[in-house]
Write a protein that binds this ligand. Structure first.
Ligand code: CA
Ligand code: CA
Ligand code: CU
Length: 317
């Protein structure tokens, strides 16, 4: 799916700058902005990764399993373009059904096949729409996930990650992206249904029974969270991965989540302990490999000082 990219000037928002303490005629400056559409894709083996048995992905992970996609959604925030002077410039996101509060929900599942018709949605959302000051941009940077808070245009601080999905609007109102066990949002919900199933081994914590189960999932989110809706939450492990590309041409290129890269070091036919796959638990044996690919330190929940993310890449449209 391609979306329209407009690099033309679409808005000239007049910003009135009044010179302080001066009787000089106030300087009136017209700041022009340009609309940007930053295209994302989720791919596997050079093709778009999609729900449905016909779209199953081969050669996944260390056991080279074949799997169907069961979910494929993630939040992007703190999106910035890097200009030709090396400065980070915030992308002001348009407000729509998938964007608000500086957060966009990218959606690559269409509620068919193994992707749930109950918790998923038929629509996809694959490009972040916004605007930046008119300029030349040569790089891009973003955070995978939802920050704790956001300051709106009026200066009010709004709780994001740990807001109640019923008390906030899109794109944070999606119940299936709420994370019951830590009270926040799932930053990413990327799920696999491997052919032949997943052996859920006896393990500690949460001893299981060597049964065969159907799915192996990646749920990213903040952990070590304490608090309540009234007092607010704080989390020891933010688990917000940072993605940065020094070279990115927004008109000619797109950002790809390489699905096989996410599980390249994982065996998706086995769950050794805890949640099925990795739900960001620090003692979950499936998590170190997944966190490595996202450039995150599992134990601290911070960006790794030794590993760079390998899940996202830039390719030509
Ligand atoms: Ca959808
Ligand atoms: Ca696990
Ligand atoms: Cu989970």
């Amino acid at each position: 799916m391609r979306s329209l990219l407009t690099s033309s000037l679409v808005a000239a928002s007049a910003v009135l700058l009044t010179a302080c303490g001066s009787d000089d005629s106030p300087a009136t400056q017209v700041a022009t902005t340009q609309a940007v559409s930053i295209q994302f894709a989720a791919q596997a083996n050079g093709k778009d990764a999609q729900c449905g048995a016909v779209n199953e992905i081969t050669n996944l992970g260390t056991s080279k399993k074949t799997a169907e996609i069961q979910d494929l959604r993630f939040y992007v925030s703190e999106l910035k373009l890097i200009n030709d002077k090396g400065l980070m410039v915030d992308v002001a996101l348009d407000k729509n059904a998938n964007q608000d509060f500086g957060v966009a929900l990218l959606d690559f599942e269409n509620a068919t096949g193994a992707c749930s018709a109950d918790t998923g949605s038929a629509k996809l959302y694959t490009a972040i729409m916004g605007n930046v000051p008119t300029g030349t941009y040569t790089g891009v940077q973003f955070t995978l996930g939802v920050p704790d808070t956001w300051v709106d245009a009026s200066g009010k601080t709004i709780t994001l990650s740990h807001s109640n999905t019923t008390a906030i609007t899109a794109p944070l109102d999606v119940p299936s992206m709420a994370w019951s066990w830590q009270g926040g949002r799932k930053f990413a919900k990327i799920e696999f249904k491997p052919t032949g199933g997943v052996t859920n081994q006896k393990g500690t914590p949460e001893t299981t029974d060597d049964a065969t189960v159907s799915s192996w999932v990646v749920h990213m989110g903040a952990t070590g969270c304490t608090g309540s809706e009234t007092t607010g939450y704080s989390c020891t492990n933010p688990n917000l991965a940072k993605v940065s590309f020094g070279s990115f041409d927004v008109s000619k290129q797109k950002i790809v989540l390489d699905v096989p890269a996410l599980v390249a070091q994982s065996d998706i036919s086995v769950n050794q302990n805890s949640a099925l796959g990795c739900m960001s638990g620090t003692t979950d044996k499936e998590c170190p490999a997944v966190f490595d690919t996202l450039g995150l330190d599992l134990l601290t929940g911070k960006v790794s000082t030794s590993k760079t993310q390998t899940v996202f890449k830039v390719i030509n449209k």
